[in-house]
Design a protein around this ligand. Structure first.
Ligand code: OAD
Length: 390
């Protein structure tokens, strides 16, 4: 399954379960077969219209912007080895990304509507913004595959850290330390960093895609393993829908794959139109607006999505720039230490399947050491990541 081809299906090949490869045909299939076991898989692209940048979009993504700063590589901000040496960049980001600041998008509400209609088997999300929960999807239907800000603990002794103190520290942009005085280790939200294992709930529920009668993939580049393999676990003859700006993973390679390439919010609205759910969807989304009149006052005139993203990125890069305590010298030292770790790590073949991993190079012999582990972060370029492997 992991070796599934990503070659687009031949136009002439007819679908097996659907009447056609269109969103209208998917809606018809849902009605005719009374589909009740939908598995949804999401990534950062479903939150960009809320004002949260994604990671890998070439100009607006977080990694393209963090790469300009003094980090040894952009993904260091979510790397456990780097965090041990310098937690400031992460806590600057955390201040911006902490739940409670953003409104769910209509895409989050669409997932919530699937649940209200009794059709959601499970949601797998890579997002840490908790917006699915805020849109009304119940916690027991969600696997937060890359963790969340909901809980936090000391990275040394694992002692949990109180929620109210965490909120306070993040709002003050301070780095929390273990409440056990004898330990004094760094505290980190239970977000999965590169090099850490995914939550047990991910592995407990990993067989659910194989039980689905429909899979919907939304707003993800499917570059980070093991999450990126989930759509391959969907049965071969089960329809899969991709709503994303670009084609990703193996979506589009099977006869019953339907691609809606474009904005997620526009895509789910089209889907809702085809299902006859549009009014209900908009009404449900309205309920996520905390106080329409206050919002109207604060935000007039409303900014475009691009303006919101530009503002957010500028603020993030400025904040990180000023609070980044790493001098060039320290950064060199950390880089050297990481290279040392990397050399050791490279002696083993590929990362264990339960550890968060970014794409491995298929041909590493002509790349310098750090790029073996972070192949798409070459000096001054944002190369397209190569396909990951488990
Ligand atoms: P990426 O930034 O890698 O991918 C986002 C995808 O959404 C891309 O394919 C975009 O083209 C698409 N996209 C962006 N805005 C969109 C919109 N409005 N409508 C439709 N599509 C849109 O984000 P993820 O796939 O979520 O891990 O990244 C996976 C993981 O990599 C993250 O969970 C994070 C990161 O490192 C950790 O931080 C641990």
């Amino acid at each position: 399954m992991g070796n599934e081809s990503s070659t687009p299906v031949d136009e002439a090949t007819p679908p097996t379960k659907l009447h056609g490869r269109s969103i209208e045909a998917v809606a018809q299939y849902m009605k005719e077969k009374d589909v009740k076991n939908i598995v949804v898989m999401t990534g950062a692209g479903i939150s960009t219209s809320a004002g949260i940048p994604d990671f890998r979009s070439p100009d607006t993504g977080l990694y393209a912007n963090l790469a300009r700063l003094n980090l040894p590589y952009a993904e260091a901000v979510f790397d456990i080895s780097y965090f041990r040496n310098n937690p400031y960049p992460f806590y600057t980001l955390a201040h911006e990304l902490y739940p409670g600041k953003y409104r769910p998008t209509v895409t989050h509400s669409f997932i919530s509507l699937l649940n209200k209609k009794g059709k959601l088997l499970h949601l797998f999300t890579q997002n840490i913004d908790c917006l699915e929960r805020e849109a009304g999807v119940p916690g027991d239907k969600i696997v937060e595959a890359h963790g969340s800000f909901a809980t936090q603990r000391c990275i040394e002794c694992q002692t949990e850290y109180p929620d109210d103190r965490m909120r306070e520290m993040i709002s003050k942009k301070e780095v929390p330390k273990c409440i056990r005085k004898t330990c004094n280790g760094l505290v980190k939200p239970d977000i999965v960093f590169f090099g850490e294992a995914l939550p047990e709930a991910f592995f407990r529920n990993r067989s659910l895609p194989a039980k689905a009668d429909l899979a919907i993939v939304l707003g993800t580049s499917l570059t980070v393993q093991p999450f990126a393999s989930l759509p391959s676990f969907v049965r071969e003859d089960t329809p899969r829908v991709l709503i994303n700006l670009e084609r990703v993973g193996t979506l589009g390679s099977r006869p019953d794959d339907v691609l809606l390439l474009g904005d997620c919010d526009a895509g789910v609205r089209k889907f809702a139109d085809a299902l006859g759910w549009r009014e209900e969807l908009e009404a449900l989304w309205e309920t996520t607006d905390p106080d329409k009149s206050d919002r109207g006052k604060q935000q007039a005139p409303l900014k475009s999505r691009q303006e919101q993203l530009d503002d957010e990125i500028e603020k993030l890069t400025k904040d990180i720039d000023t609070s980044l305590k790493v001098t060039g010298e320290t950064s060199e030292r950390i880089k050297a230490e990481l290279e040392k770790d990397t050399t050791t790590a490279n002696k083993t073949s590929s990362p264990p399947a339960d550890v968060l991993s970014i794409p491995q190079p298929t041909n590493s012999k002509d790349q310098p050491s750090l790029q073996h582990v972070f192949p798409h972060l070459k000096e001054g370029k944002e190369d397209k990541p190569e396909k990951p492997s488990l």
